[in-house]
Design a protein around this ligand. Structure first.
Ligand code: ZN
Length: 222
């Protein structure tokens, strides 16, 4: 391969590499990211559900904190059998070819180290989750996954619940029907138990804590 070819192939987009059979072995970490209602689960189901008809050893993990569904159920009704877990550590206890992770933002940084070890062991990982937290910033586990150098990242969008444009990239957190502008610690994974409600919103319609005037906090520590 001459220098020109090498330079060209190194700049191929990740998805092109993923579609090229020569690179299939390199598709070790796949991420599906976006706000709620962006079809992440549908994509996870379509990627992983064929595995149940193969000899591929696989398991799909879902955070035990996720109470909405039993199993990954896309809004189209397609389903995927899952293991509810508080941590991903169990994935290292068995020989698996493929590990799927749904709602990956609800897991911890320690769990992302499990992902790193799975990848080193040759296990393929497909993870889906919400990328941006209530402040519009990356969830720490998602940032850690991006730092692992995924082979393919799919950013999905949803229809904005306010203006109906197909450009929602944020998940608006609502408390008693109003945007929650209290700033919680970074990367706080909010419960899906009815305490808050959530809706996809575009950049124009989203209301984020850091864009809201607020009194200077009386800091005592940092
Ligand atoms: Zn909008």
């Amino acid at each position: 391969m001459d220098a020109t070819t090498a330079a060209h192939s190194s700049t191929l987009p990740a998805m092109s590499r993923a579609c090229n059979p020569a690179y299939i072995g390199a598709v070790d970490l796949t991420l599906i990211l976006g706000p709620m209602k962006s079809g992440k689960s549908l994509e996870l189901v379509s990627l992983l559900s064929p595995l149940q008809y193969t000899d591929t050893r696989h398991r799909v993990f879902q955070s035990a904190r996720h109470v909405r569904d039993a199993g990954v159920v896309s809004r189209s009704g397609a389903a995927l059998a899952t293991v509810k877990a508080n941590s991903l550590a169990a994935a290292l206890d068995e020989e698996l070819d493929v590990v799927g992770i749904d709602e990956v933002h609800m897991f911890t940084l320690g769990d992302m180290d499990v992902v790193r070890r799975l990848l080193i062991n040759g296990t393929r990982v497909v993870a889906a989750g919400i990328d941006l937290d209530h402040r519009g910033e990356l969830f720490a586990p998602v940032r850690a996954l991006l730092e692992l150098g995924p082979a393919a990242v799919t950013y999905r969008r949803a229809v904005c619940d306010r203006c109906r444009s197909f450009s929602a990239v944020y998940t608006q957190v609502l408390e008693h029907g109003e945007p929650m502008i209290r700033e919680l610690p970074p990367s706080t994974a909010l419960p899906d138990d009815g305490t808050y409600t959530y809706e996809p919103r575009c950049r124009t319609c989203v209301v984020l804590p850091q864009f809201t005037p607020r009194p200077t906090p009386a800091r005592t520590g940092d």
